[in-house]
Design a binder for this molecule. Structure first.
Ligand code: PGA
Length: 250
């Protein structure tokens, strides 16, 4: 009943020319998708060039960040209105790189998530523990607290538009992926938290992606887990062949 979502987070990679070339390569091989959704999240500068290529195709479009105001004197920032205007349907919020390098707090992540929803975007909100936190046995309380903080004042009727991405920080860009069993355990804990907040019907409807060194050779066993509803893919989304194989998980 949950349509899995495979999302490519291109991070700060790809010029306009590189981005359009990659999208053309993806679209050349990608047939219609019926039982899953796939999107790319290029850098801001490439969104306007990629949007017309993916319009009407099996690939959707997302952004990697937003500022939680419709417009204003916020030099260097990009608003949710601008993202919908350029054709985005999704936006990543609270990626661990933004939390770490740009000091994004749980409160700011919550504002971004609510701004995305207010403007008709589907937020993909990232949560995840560090290695020391996992080693200290704190992974689950930390991650579920991040989920609660991200969802403050989000009403139940908006929850079906929210996607949660569980991305253990130690697995991002390291080649060191969580085992399918560990990922499943955390996804189940996140879903239990959603059930506490919103009841089991809504908890069952929300998609929870796994992210962190997702590759062609581990996607199948990750997607076989009952509470893993897709993947947020960094490095392996930058080449057509590997991202296609991940979209075509079995
Ligand atoms: P990775 O990145 O797939 O390169 O580990 C995932 C992410 O940061 O979303």
């Amino acid at each position: 009943m949950r349509t899995p979502l495979i999302a490519g987070n291109w991070k700060m990679y790809k010029t306009i020319g590189e981005a359009t070339a990659l999208v053309r390569d993806l679209l050349a091989e990608l047939g219609p998708l019926t039982d899953r959704e796939a999107i790319v999240c290029p850098p801001f500068t490439a969104l306007a060039a990629v949007a017309p290529l993916v319009a009407g195709s099996a690939l959707g479009l997302g952004a990697q960040n937003l500022y939680p105001e419709a417009q204003g004197a916020f030099t260097g920032e990009v608003s949710p209105v601008m993202l919908t205007d350029v054709g985005c349907r999704y936006v990543i919020v609270g990626h661990s790189e933004r939390r770490h390098y740009f000091s994004e707090s749980d409160a700011l992540v919550n504002r971004k998530l609510r701004a995305a929803l207010a403007h008709g975007l589907h937020p993909i909100v990232c949560v995840g523990e560090s290695k020391p936190q996992r080693d200290a046995g704190q992974a689950e309380p930390i991650v579920t607290a991040q989920v609660r903080a991200a969802l403050v004042e989000v009403p139940p009727d908006r929850m079906p538009d929210v996607v949660i991405a569980y991305e253990p920080i130690w697995a991002i860009g390291t080649g060191d992926t969580a085992t399918p069993a560990d990922a499943q355990a955390m996804h189940a804990a996140i879903r239990a938290t959603l059930a506490e907040l919103y009841g089991s019907e809504i908890a069952t409807a929300v998609r929870i992606q796994y992210g962190g060194s997702v590759k062609p050779d581990n996607i199948d066993e990750l997607m076989a887990q009952p509470d893993i509803d897709g993947a947020l893919v960094g490095g392996a989304s930058l080449q057509a062949a590997s991202f296609l194989r991940i979209i075509q998980y079995r």
